[in-house]
Design a protein around this ligand. Structure first.
Ligand SMILES: C[S@@+](CC[C@H](N)C(=O)[O-])C[C@H]1O[C@@H](n2cnc3c(N)ncnc32)[C@H](O)[C@@H]1O
Length: 253
């Protein structure tokens, strides 16, 4: 699932693993993070900052899932969001992130080794949960994306149930991903969740998805909307247009 969006010498490209299922193995990440200073999955903050700023207030408490060695937490902090907790399953990612933050004098961002499938937090304690490319890891061995394996479904549901639980009653979950709406919808719209679902796209050439799920705001028909439509490439949306053109009809209104 590596997509090289890291041009420039600062971002050394790491060779992808021999099998995609390695992305589910903490040893793969430990080894990778031992050798890699910084790799920004998909796109860096500058590409979706406008979308974040529309939704996150300065005094929000934010939980970032699977921070890796991304600069997202530092960028949020620079933008005035100071109550941030990052987690990652990789002990190396956590140690190196702590060192990096301390070396820059940042003692406020908390970094913990934790599994997003079993979040070690009280219920209703974050205003915002955010992830970039972390939920995608759970899909790497999903088999047919239209009909994912039961093991994938249970991991994704464990993650989403945890996120829903730790969000405050009016909290929001932001998911930044290449996962297209037709693959995310069955999970996000599960009746267990009270959130509404909206999404936007960003990026040029290849488009990424910025989903925003608002707890307690599920509409009666369980529908979703795109607040801001940036026309995607025809190829990426061909099935969407053929099979579910209501997305475009309802949201252009
Ligand atoms: C694709 S990378 C994304 C890293 C970072 N969010 C970014 O945007 O550059 C996935 C990250 O999720 C972490 N991860 C994988 N499974 C996890 C889990 N169950 N709980 C927490 N973190 C996990 C990996 O260690 C890795 O840092």
């Amino acid at each position: 699932m590596d997509t090289d969006q890291n041009p420039g010498a600062e971002h050394k490209k790491t060779d992808p693993p021999s099998s995609a299922s390695a992305y589910l193995d903490p040893n793969y990440w430990n080894q990778r993070f031992s050798n890699e200073e910084h790799y920004e999955w998909f796109k860096d903050y500058s590409h979706f900052r406008h979308l974040i700023q529309a939704h996150i207030k300065h005094n929000c408490s934010v939980l970032e899932l699977g921070c890796g060695n991304s600069q997202l937490c530092e960028e949020l902090y620079k933008d005035g969001i100071t109550e941030i907790t990052c987690i990652d399953l990789s002990s190396v990612a956590v140690e190196r992130m702590k060192e990096r933050l301390l070396s820059k004098g940042n003692k406020e961002i908390k970094v913990l080794e934790a599994d997003m499938l079993d979040l070690p937090f009280h219920s209703e304690c974050f205003d915002v949960v955010i992830e970039k490319g972390t939920m995608d890891v759970l899909f790497v061995d999903s088999g047919d994306p239209w009909n994912p394996q039961p093991a994938t479904v249970s991991k994704v549901m464990a993650m989403l149930e945890g996120v829903h639980r730790v969000l405050k009653p009016d909290g929001i979950f932001i998911s930044i991903t290449f996962g297209q709406p037709h693959f995310r919808r069955p999970f996000f719209h599960n009746p267990k969740f009270t959130w509404s679902v909206e999404w936007s796209t960003f990026g040029d050439g290849f488009h990424y998805f910025f989903y925003i799920l608002r707890k307690g705001r599920r509409s009666l028909n369980g529908g979703e909307s795109t607040k801001k439509i940036e026309m995607p490439s025809i190829c990426l949306y061909q099935e969407e247009l053929e099979g579910e053109d209501y997305i475009f009809r309802t949201n252009i209104d």
